[in-house]
Design a protein around this ligand. Structure first.
Ligand SMILES: Cc1ncc(COP(=O)(O)O)c(C=O)c1O
Length: 345
């Protein structure tokens, strides 16, 4: 098969997640802060440290994808499509009670899927590799009521365990990564993330101060891919886009060089949520099409960036601070934008 047959298109409709979010009582656009950056120049920061009280931007994708998959099952059962207010009705909750969502996670995607399942009345089973911090496991069980299964030494092994479990139990696999033959659920997750790109676009349209460079950290590439797609689709002023990966897991950079999705190997990284050795094929396709640059950062650089953000009032982790680490390494950006993707644990 040639590349065009294997790399899926990404054609999101950002109005769909926004319609659902508008009905969500805890939704509001997150803030864009303006700080003096480490080099003394201006720095725009999209603060995702407490998105929808779930601690990370991932809430935008997993919760939305659960809602859409419930809607699709509801329609397949012969009902009319759901409107946002229908999701909390008793018949829809009873229907969703028969659905179990399964995924692997480095932490935040699992919380988003489990929160979606809890809100809409379904069940969630989340697979975590051995190094995923215990804090995520506690939040999954205690706050989101999810079943948690520890599986595998690496993120990729937990993905395999989740796939097998969904296959054996008939549960719905809701991964944030994508691979040949598996693109619909992750494309819904990424459609959810487009809501953040629209918040940014609307803010810059009002302020008139568009960023010159946008730094997007990547694990499998879902968030970076979704935002990159939207920037190239509808932003008035086009920035440089820099995809930031741990030097221990440069799967999107290496795939971009190879012109096809490739897996990488390497040690584990302190950027746990970015430590993915295989790219989402949807994200890879977007990066091939959208003229992006790459920056790799070390564990030390990410830790320093997290410490700098902490001193400036944004408590985060090396994963959350990786965009800043990429900016520091890149240098020379008149008006950079970073996304602090999660709060400190
Ligand atoms: C805090 C944080 N930042 C960035 C990412 C990277 O997102 P993606 O895997 O969609 O590239 C994740 C993924 O889990 C995350 O939790």
């Amino acid at each position: 098969m040639n590349q065009h047959q294997t790399i899926p298109a990404f054609q999101p409709d950002p109005d769909r997640p926004r319609a659902l979010l508008a009905a969500c009582p805890v939704y509001q656009p997150t803030e864009i802060l303006q700080l003096a950056g480490p080099d003394g120049g201006p720095l725009l920061v999209k603060d995702e440290t407490n998105r929808m009280n779930l601690g990370a931007f991932k809430a935008l994708g997993g919760v939305y994808a659960v809602a859409r998959l419930i809607d699709e099952a509801w329609v397949a059962a012969g009902h009319a499509p759901l409107e946002p207010q229908d999701y909390i009705s008793e018949p829809v909750h009873s229907f969703a009670a028969g659905m179990t969502f399964v995924c692997a996670s480095a932490g935040n995607h699992g919380i988003a899927v489990a929160a979606g399942a809890r809100i809409f009345g379904a069940k969630a089973r989340i697979f975590l590799a051995k190094d995923v911090p215990a804090g995520f496991e506690a939040r999954l069980r205690e706050r989101q009521g999810a079943e948690v299964v520890r599986a595998g030494d690496t993120y990729e092994q937990s993905v395999e365990a989740a796939k097998l479990n969904a296959h054996e139990t008939g549960a719905i696999l809701l991964a944030d990564g994508s691979w040949p033959g598996y693109v619909h659920p992750p494309s819904l997750v990424m459609e959810g993330y487009t809501a953040m790109a629209e918040e940014l676009r609307e803010h810059f349209e009002t302020s008139g101060r568009w960023p010159s460079h946008v730094f997007l950290q990547a694990g499998v590439g879902g968030i970076a891919g979704a935002i990159t797609h939207m920037i190239r689709a509808n932003w008035t002023a086009q920035p440089h886009i820099i995809i930031v990966e741990p030097d221990a897991a440069p799967c999107l950079l290496e795939s971009n060089k190879a012109g096809k999705p490739v897996a990488v190997s390497g040690p584990s990284s302190n950027m746990g949520r970015l430590d993915c050795k295989e790219p989402s094929i949807i994200a890879h396709g977007i990066m091939q099409r959208c003229n992006v640059e790459f920056e790799l950062v070390t564990d030390e650089e990410a830790a320093e960036a997290a410490a700098w953000l902490g001193r400036h009032g944004l408590a985060t982790t090396p994963s959350g601070a990786a965009g800043l680490a990429g900016l520091v390494k890149h240098g020379g950006c008149p008006l950079p934008l970073i996304v602090v993707t999660e709060g400190a644990m």
